[in-house]
Structure formats: C-alpha cells, structure tokens
Design a protein around this ligand. Structure first.
Ligand SMILES: *Cc1c(COP(=O)(O)O)cnc(C)c1O
Length: 350
C-alpha cells in the first residue's frame, strides 16, 4: 500500500540541473546569469530591518507590481508576483487543469511542464514542435491551458508574436495561453502587447535569468485582472517574502545596470556561437542566454562527460531531438574561453 495518490506514486519528479559544490569549475548548465545582481539589490537586502522580517509581507507584492508596471508599461493590477516563475506555472496548472481539462505544449520544451501535469493528474497533449503545423495543432487541441515557451528552452528560437497572437485568438473563450517568457530579456521581441487584446493570455516573467536573482526565487505573471484575480485564489497566501520583494523591486528599477548586463551576454553569445561553429558543431542562432549545440563528430553524451571531468558543466538531455546536442549557458568571457579550450581538446583527441 502506498500513502501517496496513485499518480504521485507512479511519476518521476523534476530533475534540476546539477549544482556542484566545488568552486574552481565553470558552471554553464542552468542558465543562470554569470554577472551579479545590481549593487542596489545588495544594498536593499542588507538594509532589510528586523521589523520588516517580523511582519508578514505585502500579500500581493504591491510595491513590486507598481515599480514593474512603470518599467513594463502595463497596469499594476495586471501583475501577479510569484515565488519564481515556476510557482506561476504550478498555480496555472492547478487553476486551469484537471482530469478532463488537459494542458498542451510543443516538445521539446521545458521539462517541468509534464511534471506539473503529472502532479495535477491532468492529460498532456504534446505536439512535435519541429513540425511546421505545431501551432495549428495546439489551436485544434483546444486545451484548457496551452503553454508556449518563448523563446523556447532548450531550442533557443523565438516564435513570432503574431503567430502567438493568432493562437490566442483561436483559443479565446476556450482556453488560456500561458506564454513562458523566462528568457525574453535576451530576445528581440515579447508578448506584453497581447495582454490588452486578449483576456486568455498570461505572460510569465522570471527574475532568475536576466536579473541575476535565481537564488532569490522571484517571478511574476502579467494578465488582465480577470485572470489575475482567479489565480490569486489558488496561490499561497504569502508567496513572495519581504527580502525577495525588496530585491526584485530594486532589480527591475535599475534598468541601466540590467541593460548593460544583457548586452555583455548578447555579445558573448555571438562570439561563443561563432567559435563553436568553427570547432565543427552545428549551432543555430539563439534568442536566449544559452546555445543548443549539435555535436557532429562525437556523441554529445561523451562530450558532456569529458567536459564534466574537466570541471566544465553544461546540460545534456537524453531525450528525442536532444540526444545529439548540448545546452550551453553563455558565461563570462573567461568561462567561455575555458569551455572552448576544453571543447577543442576533447574534439581533437583520438
Ligand atoms: C528558468 C525558467 C523558468 C522560471 O524559473 P524561476 O527560477 O522559477 O523563475 C520558467 N520557464 C523556463 C523555461 C525557465 O527556463
């Protein structure tokens, strides 16, 4: 006999990227930002008073919502702060899906989506994103919740926002479209302008990648208040703590620091892409802070292991369409140099 619900007993949990303890390593496996958060973030964290810690935080994270709304050009009542972007994904699956209300997405994509569906015990409609009619299939599926990761992880490309809008239109009145924009800070477009047009669109943002706050756990959703109000019923009573609220507010307010960081990573991603192509890997253009590099001369898994032994950590997925590829986070110039040097040695060895 199991104490767990049958679906929990049967499922495997989410596998997070490896977090090594050693310090003299190059960590390019979980798409963290290689640069620290703004100094203003560290200042407000250090300044947090005992009184602020003693009291419960703002239930709706109003101070963050107000600042973020100003920066993003939306209304503060359209913003829902959450405990990381993953928390918003979890809330949405719980709010919209059940045994007769499926979640749909195009694979390969973020491996957390099917895990959340398994916990909720709702059906998954997974379409093949390498097919040109993937979005059409998602529209026809008419799922209660359709998740579009944009730019997509781990394949790096941005689906044109017009195509996402067309999907939202076809699903209007039938299902919600959750646009996972965890990597949008590195992309050339975003879907925020769809919020005014569609009452079935939620845009997910994360402070983990572009804003260097993965350890803080802060994300948010942007949607019309009719959706936000429903999601508030499902979430924790105080999902974001006072330190995270202060840090995220200072981070999003410091757009000058943020933009400079993003530009550094964008210029390194061009250099890294070119250098890996020169080493014989197939590297498509990317709209994120990582590359999906196809190994053509050696098995990707063998290259992954050899890199790990050299203290360089990247991500390998033994999954359809991914087993011949490595996902490599763009690091600092020094980290990228060490990766390239090790890659060269591994690829030229017997
Ligand atoms: C990182 C990530 C998120 C959110 O991460 P949080 O750290 O929980 O904010 C969501 N979707 C994708 C695809 C991601 O890579």
């Amino acid at each position: 006999m199991s104490y767990f619900r049958y679906n929990i007993e049967c499922m495997s949990g989410y596998t997070p990227g490896f977090q090594p303890k050693q310090t003299d390593i190059v960590k390019l496996n979980t798409n963290e930002n290689p640069y620290p958060p703004s100094p203003k973030v560290l200042a407000v964290v250090a300044d947090t008073s005992a009184e602020a810690l003693r009291r419960y935080p703002e239930p709706l994270g109003e101070s963050f919502a107000k600042t973020a709304a100003g920066v993003l050009g939306v209304k503060s009542e359209q913003i829902l702060p959450t405990n990381g972007g993953d928390d918003l994904l979890n809330i949405c699956v719980r709010a919209f899906c059940d045994a007769s209300r499926p979640v749909a997405f195009a694979e390969p994509t973020y491996s957390l989506y099917p895990v959340l569906a398994a916990i909720q015990d709702c059906p998954v409609i997974a379409v093949d994103r390498s097919q040109p009619d993937a979005l059409d299939k998602l529209a026809k599926a008419q799922a209660a919740l359709t998740i579009v990761c944009n730019p997509n992880a781990p394949t790096c490309e941005l689906t044109p926002i017009d195509a996402v809008a067309a999907l939202a239109k076809r699903l209007a009145g039938k299902g919600v479209v959750l646009i996972d924009e965890a990597y949008v800070d590195y992309a050339e477009d975003n879907a925020l302008r769809l919020i005014e047009r569609f009452d079935n669109v939620i845009v997910l943002r994360s402070m983990s990648k572009g804003y260097s706050l993965a350890g803080m756990r802060f994300g948010f959703g942007v949607a019309q208040p009719s959706l936000i109000d429903g999601l508030v019923k499902v979430r924790d009573s105080y999902p974001v703590d006072v330190v995270a609220l202060r840090a995220a507010t200072a981070a999003i307010a410091d757009q000058v620091y943020f933009r400079a960081n993003i530009e550094k990573i964008k210029s390194e991603r061009i250099r890294l892409t070119t250098a890996l192509r020169t080493l014989g890997l197939n590297v498509p253009a990317t709209q994120t802070n990582f590359l999906l590099a196809q190994c053509k001369t050696k098995p990707a898994e063998a290259v992954f292991k050899a890199l790990s032994e050299a203290g360089i950590f990247v991500r390998y997925f033994k999954l359809p369409q991914l087993e011949d590829k490595l996902r490599i986070t763009v690091g600092t110039p020094e980290q990228n140099d060490r990766l390239l040097e090790a890659m060269k040695t591994i690829l030229t060895a017997g």
